[in-house]
Design a protein around this ligand. Structure first.
Ligand code: PGA
Length: 245
């Protein structure tokens, strides 16, 4: 039985005071052993978020794979470790598209995070163009093959996020989402065997909200969600967790 993992991705939104107010409002409401509830907040809010969250796991939205050095604007995994973070999202499609993040870099980041006991949430997914050209399977398999190479997969979560469904209100149907999450699982099976593949948690992401989460979670290969817009509002974030139990 794979425990559902629901993580809000705030992207570049909210301030420290808004973050504290949000977590103080929802933290007790989402207390449950049945679901792992997380929030990925901007770097400047991590320390405060971590200091008030008792039930919500706190995640960074990126990290660098080098330990230290001349990488202006970057944050290393050991810096995140000092904050006792739980998770770190890597390879989000916005970072791939706007900041040239590659599968190779994602793989290095994941290895560093695992070594520091921070759970990497590795995002993969095809663009609208690739989807329409029928290349989803090829793109997703290649991305998983490189980003997840030589990792302790028991310590990794994968998020399948079709780029065309992010922030557009177009959720992939639960059948499509499940089919591609199944492809991700099969790729992990080819790389690591069926035992590992049956344990790895795979999230779906792209216009998930407190209304459609329940239905998505009924699907065989969908073990949670990475949620943007709907995670910014206290009521819908709470609904997401409550409806995932
Ligand atoms: P969305 O974003 O839920 O607003 O579509 C998902 C994501 O980018 O992780």
């Amino acid at each position: 039985m794979r425990k559902p993992i629901i993580v809000g991705n705030w992207k570049m939104n909210k301030t420290i005071s808004e973050t504290l107010a949000f977590i103080n409002e929802v933290d007790a409401l989402v207390a449950t052993d049945a679901v792992d509830a997380g929030l990925a907040v901007p770097f400047t809010m991590l320390k405060d978020a971590k200091s008030v969250a008792k039930n919500i796991k706190i995640a960074a939205q990126n990290c660098h794979f080098e330990e230290s050095g001349a990488f202006t604007g970057e944050v290393s995994v050991s810096m995140l470790k000092e904050l006792n973070l739980d998770y770190c999202v890597i390879g989000h499609s916005e970072r791939r598209q706007m900041f040239n993040e590659t599968d190779e870099a994602v793989n290095k980041k994941a290895a560093k995070l695992i070594a520091s006991d921070i759970l990497p949430i590795i995002c993969v997914g095809e663009t609208l163009e690739e989807f329409e050209a029928g290349k989803t399977e090829e793109v997703v398999r290649n991305s998983v093959a490189v980003s997840c190479a030589n990792l302790e997969m028991e310590k990794v979560v994968i998020a399948y996020e079709p780029v065309w469904a992010i922030g557009t209100g177009k959720t992939a149907t639960k059948e499509i989402a499940n089919e591609v999450c199944g492809i991700v699982r099969n790729q992990i099976e080819l790389m690591y065997g069926s035992d590992v593949a049956s344990k790895v948690r795979i999230q779906y992401g792209g216009s998930v909200n407190d209304k459609n989460i329940k239905d998505l979670l009924t699907m065989e290969h969908i073990d949670g969600a990475l949620v943007g817009g709907a995670s910014l509002v206290a009521e819908s974030y709470t609904g997401l967790i409550v409806n995932s139990k």
